[in-house]
Design a binder for this molecule. Structure first.
Ligand code: PLP
Length: 444
């Protein structure tokens, strides 16, 4: 039995659940239930979920169609394993997801972290089959988040996260190029693109025969707060990878599944990465399910090879998660949610820009579709936070919560940002309400 403890609000909770204090050491509200874009705490208070949980509940909460799919599948069978028997749902999911994204091979996993790790492993396997087993290092952006496995942590430039990974992985991923922080640098798009691409090229050159691939979030989410690259950057990065024969791995755990107004964010720039990682919005908060989309070249090399590597996971592609993800894909198509994300995203963006004109604390508005970020500053002219890292994020997150609005604190250890990312089902009226609550939170 876990020990019970009393919180400052006087509520009893099991000792383990004190982990919920991990953000800023504060207590979070206990959620009781959710309906659509709203969640309710155990005291009956309503919050507009302006960040879809952790940018996951893309269809909002308690969606009747997804719940029906979940219940129906739960009553038929919940588990199948590739080593014993297949499930029709996982086959159907892989086929449909492949058709909707244009990839021939879909590998199903259970979480974003697991899928990132799988993408790294598939890439290492690809190199082994190509006769270059020493290629083991990945370039990634310093301000990024790629999950909590050792491989994922080693891709992060966040000093604490990296340290954890480095304790075990001495040779892995020493290539993290500093992703110059565009807003703080105040550079124009072309100049910034050139700087980033040249930097990545230098890093890849320096590591020559050890470089295995480049991992990128097309829009940097959890760590930086919707850091959006200038037009031309992702194409240039893809070109660089092509020239050097290195796989480009897009971590679309946060940006995929229609969130940015395209099924995959890379499609905004007509880039087709060699591997794409999906998570979060795939199960939309109803089931843990994720995937790696794999291109022909990578899968053909692996399939033709002899190296035996286990990529399977006991719960990977389980029928329950697969049935939920299939229902999510059906909802995305039949309800036109990608187009809604684009349309409502424009409304949200315009509203946030209007707020930036009224509130000095908003230094920059950025993002794509329904993945928008605000960079918070205390000195807008100097483009400087002028306050400890995370302190403005913390203040804004709690002020919004006091108004009945949930936003996501995004701070990769270098900045002060929040993410505003309501469900893809959000209506025009709900966006208006979100903006009203946010306005009030900056005024209070
Ligand atoms: N990759 C990105 C871009 C993410 O944003 C996240 C989670 O925030 C992950 C990977 C890890 O996903 P999970 O938390 O499902 O393991």
């Amino acid at each position: 039995m876990p020990q019970a403890t009393t919180t400052r609000s006087g509520r009893m909770q099991p000792a383990g659940s004190r982990l919920i204090k991990f953000f800023f050491g504060e207590e979070l509200p206990f959620v009781s239930h959710g309906r659509g874009v709203f969640v309710y705490d155990t005291d009956g208070r309503r919050y507009l979920d302006g960040c879809s949980g952790a940018v996951t509940a893309n269809l909002g909460h308690s969606d009747p169609e997804i719940l029906r799919a979940l219940h129906e599948q739960a009553e038929r069978i919940t588990f199948a394993h590739r080593g014993t028997f297949h499930s029709e749902q996982s086959e159907a999911l892989a086929e449909r997801l492949g058709a909707m994204t244009g990839y021939p091979y879909v590998f199903l996993c259970n979480s974003g972290s697991e899928a990132v790790e799988t993408a790294l492993r598939l890439t290492l396997q690809y190199w082994r089959e190509r006769g270059e087993p020493n290629r083991s290092q990945f370039a990634s952006h310093a301000v990024s988040y790629h999950g909590a496995t050792l491989g994922g942590l080693s891709l992060s430039g966040h000093p604490q996260r990296r340290r954890v990974a480095e304790a075990l992985l001495h040779e892995f991923n020493e290539l993290t190029p500093p992703y110059a922080y565009r807003f703080a640098e105040g550079r124009d798009d072309a100049e910034f693109t050139e700087l980033l691409v040249n930097h990545t090229a230098e890093v890849l050159d320096a590591h020559g025969p050890a470089a295995a691939g480049v991992v990128v979030e097309p829009v940097g989410g959890a760590a930086g707060g919707a850091i959006t690259p200038p037009d031309g950057y992702l194409q240039a990065l893809a070109g660089l990878c092509r020239e050097r024969g290195l796989p480009l791995i897009a971590d679309e755990v946060m940006t995929g599944m229609g969130r940015t107004g395209m099924m995959l964010a890379s499609q905004h720039w007509d880039v087709r990465p060699d591997l794409v990682v999906l998570g979060k919005g795939m199960g939309a908060g109803y089931a843990p399910v994720s995937a790696v989309l794999v291109s022909e070249e990578i899968i053909d090399a692996i399939a033709a090879g002899t190296a035996s590597v286990t990529n399977g996971h006991t719960y990977g592609g389980n029928p329950l998660g697969s049935a939920v993800a299939l229902a999510v894909l059906e909802a995305i198509e039949s309800r036109g949610l990608v187009a809604n994300a684009a349309e409502r995203g424009k409304q949200l963006r315009a509203g946030l820009e209007a707020l930036a004109r009224r509130h000095e604390v908003i230094g920059e508005v950025r993002g794509l579709g329904l993945l928008q970020g605000l960079e918070l500053v205390s000195d807008r002219v100097a483009r400087s936070p002028g306050a400890p890292i995370g302190s403005l994020t913390r203040a804004a997150t709690f002020a919004a919560r006091d108004q009945g609005l949930l936003v996501y604190p995004a701070t990769g250890g270098i900045n002060n940002a929040i993410l505003v990312a309501p469900p893809l089902t959000v209506t025009a009226e709900e966006i208006d309400l979100l903006l009203e609550l946010l306005d009030a939170s900056f005024t209070s």
